[in-house]
Design a protein around this ligand. Sequence first.
Ligand code: DC
Length: 224
Amino acid sequence: MKKISIAIDGFSSCGKSTMAKQLAKTLSYIYVDTGAMYRVVALAALRAGVMESGEVDLDRLKECVKNLDINLDANAKAYLNGEDVEGEIRGLEVSNWVSKVSAVGFVRERLLDIQRELGAKKGVVMDGRDIGSVVLPDAELKIFVTADADVRAKRRYDELLKKGEPATYQEVLDNIKMRDHNDVNRAVSPLVQAPDALLLDNSYMTIEEQNTWLLDKVNEACNK
Ligand code: DC
């Protein structure tokens, strides 16, 4: 079967990453989690004190981004300057800042280069917010994922509980709504469904139903 590029975009906490990772595994494709890259930048900025005033200090962020070494391994685990930061980038502190950091033009430019390079080869599943619209506009298959905000908050809350991360359901819901708002309304590369992207609302779908739906779409795209 011919290899294609698959772009998966959508709202936060829709299960995009799990879905994309699983799909890449099934197809023996490379998986690229672009959200993890923005999370690593946010973590580096937090550690460097870029947000200590309560706002993002753009001059300090620029300095921080210049010296950044971001890596994703074959299992899509994230590394910052060689340190495994996969656990830390999923916490609430990074989640609270990441959409502000990812709205900054020079941050996006820096990561766009890395993402396009990774996506240049066929046989890639890349997930994010602007993959179908900006990063890989020629992807043969584009999927835009959504789910009701309260369904997403419940899923994320359960996940944090399991990890022992302190958070209330309301905090998680507020964070999701804030990120939706920031993702959709930012000036640079806002979250938008590309005109040729297929909509997947998984609010009330089982994982199996979703997998079947996805593989159908992959087969159609490969046979075009
Ligand atoms: O998918 P995620 O929740 O891990 O993404 C983290 C943040 O990064 C989210 O607030 C949106 C942003 N992001 C982005 O702006 N563009 C992407 N391609 C991927 C993520």
